[in-house]
Design a protein around this ligand. Sequence first.
Ligand code: NAP
Length: 256
Amino acid sequence: MGVEGVFRLDGQIALVTGASRGIGKAISMILALAGAKVVLVSRKEALLARLQKDIRSEGGEAYYRVANVAEEESMEGVFRWVEEEFGCLHILVNNAGVSPHYLPFHETAKKDWEKMMAVNLKGVFFGCYMAFPLLRAADGASVVNVSSIGGLVGLPRVAVYTATKGALTIFTKSLAAEWARYRIRVNALCPGFIETDMTSGLSSNEKLKRELLVRVPMERFGKPEEVAYATLFMVSPAASYMTGHCLVVDGGWTAW
Ligand SMILES: NC(=O)c1ccc[n+]([C@@H]2O[C@H](COP(=O)([O-])OP(=O)(O)OC[C@H]3O[C@@H](n4cnc5c(N)ncnc54)[C@H](OP(=O)(O)O)[C@@H]3O)[C@@H](O)[C@H]2O)c1
């Protein structure tokens, strides 16, 4: 297979949720450049159409479906389409996620709790549950759940967000143990602070940014591409014996 070949995904069907922006957008592009046919999923059609165009202009193959990961019927429509179009799914990246505030726990609004539970957890439940027959049909498949360093260590001011990500980390391990017999690997990605819309309120506030970077030995936020290459590794044949793992990409935040 060779050192380069081991990272190729030619002929594989991949689906990425939250593909329109940030980390999901970078993952979609990198998987497409590695040869996968990528189905882009999120709520904003204009952004998905633009990314599809960008991927195609780089010689990749991409399709998009507009859907809300937290809505059952919406996600059923996506997986029905994948089944009709391709008959199987090799790669599922459950990336869509929200973190609507950066506040002390006692100021958490109930609607924020509900939104995070719906998108960050129920959305992943729908993804895994509905994709299962298609992943089995691929005869060798891989799931990546995008968790966070907040799924491994505590982070003040985002307690509810970390509750969803901690649940996702252990959910990933349980599913890995259960699905290995179906030749489906299940891993989690745990990014630290990455420059995206989600963190723009933190990176644009010099005081907050300084407070956060004190925890990062590499003294900077990460870039979406740095997370995307780690995802490529996890779904590629290079990681064929890896399942139930939480891969940390955090500039050293959790190292000390
Ligand atoms: N940025 C970080 O520092 C960081 C660190 C650790 C983990 N993460 C995780 O990485 C993932 C991506 O984060 P990001 O930083 O790239 O966030 P982002 O820039 O805010 O992008 C979020 C993505 O999720 C989609 N999305 C949100 N709600 C959705 C819904 N209900 N249905 C479908 N799609 C939905 C958005 O698309 P539409 O608006 O088009 O629907 C968008 O594509 C999240 O799970 C996040 O928790 C991020």
